[in-house]
Design a protein around this ligand. Structure first.
Ligand SMILES: C[S@@+](CC[C@H](N)C(=O)[O-])C[C@H]1O[C@@H](n2cnc3c(N)ncnc32)[C@H](O)[C@@H]1O
Ligand SMILES: [Zn+2]
Length: 291
C-alpha cells in the first residue's frame, strides 16, 4: 500500500474536528470535502496544503517574520532545553486546572508549533492541539512536526472557530486579542499567557542595547491589562541561566526579533561575543474568566 500523503492524513484528522470550525467569511458550518479542502454551507472553499495545513485567511498578508526565523526557532525549541522548564510548568498547570478528559488546546500565535507539540505530548490526558498563526511560513514550518495536530493560517483577531471550543487558550510570546480569546474559551477554560520578564535573553539585550532605552524591559503594563480581563489564578516566574554553545548562539541570533533592529556591526559583535550563558526569564499568567 502506498504511504498516505501528509495532506490526506491531515484531512482525515481535520474531519474529526470539522464541527469546531466556522467559515472565516460567513461563519457558517464547514466540512471536509473529498479529503482535499474545507468547504462551508455557502460554498466558500479553502484548500488543504500539501504539507497538511489549512489557510483560513480571508486575504493574504505578509509579516515581518520570515521562514529562516521559524526554522531557527524550531531548531532551538526542539534541540535545546532552554524552554523545557516553562513547558513542564505549563503541562503541570493544565493537568491541575482542567478536569476534562479530552482537551482542546488552542495556541494563538503558535509560530513554528514546538511549544504546542511538546505540551500535547507531555499531557497524560488526550488532547487536540490547534495552532493558529498569521504567518504562512510559521504554519508551513509547524507541519515538520510528525504529531497529529491542526495547523491553520489565521488571524487571532478573527479566529475561524466556533465559540467556546477551547479548554486551554495558550498565548506564548505572541500578541493578544482578548475579545477573540473570550469568544474561544470554554466557560471552564483557562488562558495561559507567557510574557518575557525583565531578564529574558538578558545577555543578548545587554550586548545590543546597553545605554539605550531598550536595555531594560518591564512587562507590568501587559500583566495589568491581563488582570483587568481575567481573574489571575496563579502567576509563575521561570528564571534559569543556561550554558550555551556557539551553534546555539548563532541560531538564537536568527530566531529572535530582538536582533531585527541591530546594525551589522552589532550583529557581528554578538556573533563573536563568545557568549557562554543565556538567561530565560518568563512569566506565566494563568487566568479564568470573571463570572
Ligand atoms: C515571537 S513569535 C512567537 C511564536 C511562538 N508562540 C513561540 O513562542 O515560538 C510571535 C508570533 O505571533 C504571530 N502573530 C503576530 N500577529 C498575529 C496575528 N494577528 N494573528 C496570528 N498570529 C500572529 C507571528 O506570526 C509570530 O509567529
Ligand atoms: Zn462561508
Amino acid at each position: 500500500m502506498s504511504k498516505m500523503s501528509k495532506k490526506v492524513k491531515s484531512a482525515i484528522y481535520l474531519q474529526q474536528y470539522e464541527n469546531v470550525f466556522a467559515c472565516p467569511i460567513c461563519q457558517s458550518d464547514v466540512h471536509i470535502d473529498n479529503l482535499s479542502r474545507m468547504i462551508c454551507d455557502n460554498h466558500h472553499a479553502f484548500d488543504i496544503a500539501k504539507q497538511g495545513y489549512i489557510n483560513l485567511m480571508n486575504k493574504p498578508l505578509t509579516t515581518n517574520y520570515h521562514k529562516q526565523l521559524f526554522l531557527a526557532r524550531q531548531q532551538v525549541l526542539t534541540e535545546t532545553t532552554l524552554y523545557q522548564s516553562v513547558i513542564q510548568a505549563i503541562i503541570k498547570i493544565i493537568e491541575q486546572s482542567v478536569s476534562k478528559e479530552h482537551l482542546t488546546i488552542l495556541d494563538m500565535g503558535c509560530g513554528e508549533g514546538s511549544h504546542l507539540v511538546q505540551i500535547c505530548r507531555g499531557l497524560s490526558k488526550s488532547s487536540v492541539g490547534i495552532g493558529i498563526d498569521i504567518s504562512k511560513e510559521a504554519i508551513a514550518t509547524a507541519t515538520n512536526h510528525e504529531d497529529s495536530m491542526i495547523w491553520s493560517v489565521a488571524d487571532i483577531a478573527q479566529v475561524p472557530l466556533k465559540e467556546h471550543q477551547a479548554d486551554v487558550v495558550l498565548n506564548f510570546l505572541s500578541p493578544s486579542n482578548y475579545a477573540e480569546f473570550d469568544r474561544m474559551m470554554h466557560e471552564d477554560g483557562i488562558i495561559i499567557k507567557v510574557v518575557p520578564n525583565k531578564d529574558y535573553l538578558r545577555e543578548i539585550r545587554d550586548l545590543l542595547f546597553q545605554h539605550t532605552e531598550r536595555e531594560n524591559y518591564s512587562n507590568q503594563a501587559v500583566i495589568d491589562r491581563f488582570r483587568e480581563k481575567y481573574r489571575i489564578m496563579t502567576q509563575q516566574t521561570i528564571r534559569d541561566v543556561h550554558e550555551i554553545d556557539q551553534v546555539t548562539l548563532d541560531t538564537l541570533i536568527q530566531m529572535t526579533p530582538l536582533t531585527w533592529s541591530a546594525s551589522p556591526a552589532q550583529l557581528e559583535r554578538l556573533t563573536h561575543s563568545n557568549m557562554k550563558q543565556l538567561t530565560i526569564d518568563l512569566d506565566i499568567l494563568i487566568g479564568k474568566r470573571y463570572v
